[in-house]
Design a binder for this molecule. Sequence first.
Ligand code: 13P
Ligand code: SF4
Length: 317
Amino acid sequence: VEAGAEWAAEVRRLVKLRNATILAHNYQLPAIQDIADHVGDSLALARAAAAAPEQTIVFCGVHFMAESAKILSPEKTVLIPDERAGCSLADSITGADLREWKAEHPDAVVVSYVNTTAEVKALTDICCTSSNAVDVVESIDPDREVLFLPDQFLGAHVKRVTGRDNIHIWAGECHVHAGINGDELTAQVEASPDAELFVHPECGCATSALYLAGEGTVPEERVKILSTGGMLDQASQTAAKKVLVATEVGMLYQLRKAAPDVDFQPVNDRAACPYMKMITPAALLRSLAAGADEVHVDAQTAHAARRSVERMIEHGN
Ligand code: 13P
Ligand code: SF4
């Protein structure tokens, strides 16, 4: 299927027929981003899903995102164009793992990144995304222990910014972001010493970026640790001619559109999420035509998970 004018017209026709809305994550393919009703980061899309007046949500992203939309709006039909679009980070902790961890810290507050399964969310006090993780942790009584999961790099970032030493961090990672390493970042910074850095907190190189700032290789004000939505806001404000971007490469499409005069370059041009890229133009069309793949979360799990996801969308800008 070519993502041409005919494809776009057919997608729009079916969207109207189904009283649907298309949500697309910033890492989606350009054709998918262009046809979507809302494009954004995990937090913005969760909010858009909760507020959508349409009966059907077509979630062009990965499975945990579609699941979160279903948890927030159980009465709506939630479709994902390919249900095999998983997430290596969400796979790094199971419900059984979390039950065991909680038993070791019975008084701790459980903060889960939204990149988790519904089962894990059901065992969570409050969810967060990369754009509000710091706000969420700061809202918790400083005397309470926190279990932060599953991403170790985001956890380290939150620990650093909040200065809390009572945070326990799960050792999970996203294989795409963990693969953007410090050596690659250092080499790119040396080759472009005037560039600004946009670094997603899930990256293995987030600590290296701060280290480079600490030793004066890059001025501190040029290192920005941001969610994908935060990168987009920053793109239109930056005075830099060149920005090195450490995140999944799909993000570059939005950044270049937002600030065409800035030269955005990936720190690692192989950092593509294979799950995000399963949502092809053909898959989207099939999804709308067939009403598939429908996302189901069993009622009990959804009920138990809802409060933690609702608290997430109330935090941060
Ligand atoms: P954000 O869009 O919330 O920054 O998340 C990045 C991500 O990896 C989602 O899978
Ligand atoms: Fe999951 Fe990483 Fe892909 Fe995001 S980029 S969906 S965290 S595997």
